[in-house]
Design a binder for this molecule. Structure first.
Ligand SMILES: [Zn+2]
Length: 185
């Protein structure tokens, strides 16, 4: 059960970073805090959504840009340095709690609220992922100009694209290149 919030929070990292989507018009969709509130509510995090203030927009966008490079690291030490810096800046003291069934959980947001709680949880999720899987399963979409990020949960770990649309776009582009090359032969 403890692992579930890690997965959810890592998905929120992906959702936050991907509020910039090169193929959208305009590409940056995080122009209001409400945009991310909708994402949080969709992820079952209504409490956190309500705690964010409209004035958090700049800090939310800053957090997004701090998290983005973790998906493009070439080495484990690069990712370690990056996430360590984020842990120093954002980590809060985790707190344990026991629910009515006696299950003990760890809450990475500790006793903080709002953006601080969100930042603490997202950075903790990234750190936890690196501990468990290293950098292999974090990626950036290979279908230019898209630069969306993803967590590769496929069995072979060979995911290259952020979504089906980019997958199809890349396949169509490869097909076009092959046809053009054949015509030249
Ligand atoms: Zn993509």
């Amino acid at each position: 059960m403890v692992r579930r919030w890690v997965v959810n929070d890592l998905d929120l990292v992906v959702d936050l970073v991907n509020t910039v989507y090169a193929l959208a018009d305009p590409p940056d969709r995080l122009t209001t805090v409400d945009h991310f509130r909708v994402i949080l509510r969709g992820a079952g995090q209504s409490d956190l959504a309500e705690e964010l203030a409209d004035g958090d927009l700049d800090r939310l966008r800053e957090l997004r840009e701090q998290l983005r490079p973790a998906f493009g690291c070439d080495t484990g030490s690069e990712a370690t340095d990056l996430v360590n810096e984020l842990l120093r800046e954002h980590a809060v003291v985790p707190q344990l709690s026991q629910d009515t069934t006696g299950v003990i959980r760890m809450d990475a947001s500790g006793m903080s609220h709002g953006l601080a709680a969100l930042a603490g949880r997202l950075v903790a999720a990234l750190a936890e992922h690196l501990v468990q899987h290293g950098i292999r399963r974090l990626g950036v979409c290979a279908a230019a100009p898209c630069e969306c990020v993803f967590v590769d949960r496929t069995r072979p770990g060979t995911r290259k694209y952020c979504c089906d649309t980019c997958n199809d776009r890349a396949a169509a582009a490869a097909h076009y290149r092959r046809r053009k090359a054949n015509r030249r032969d």
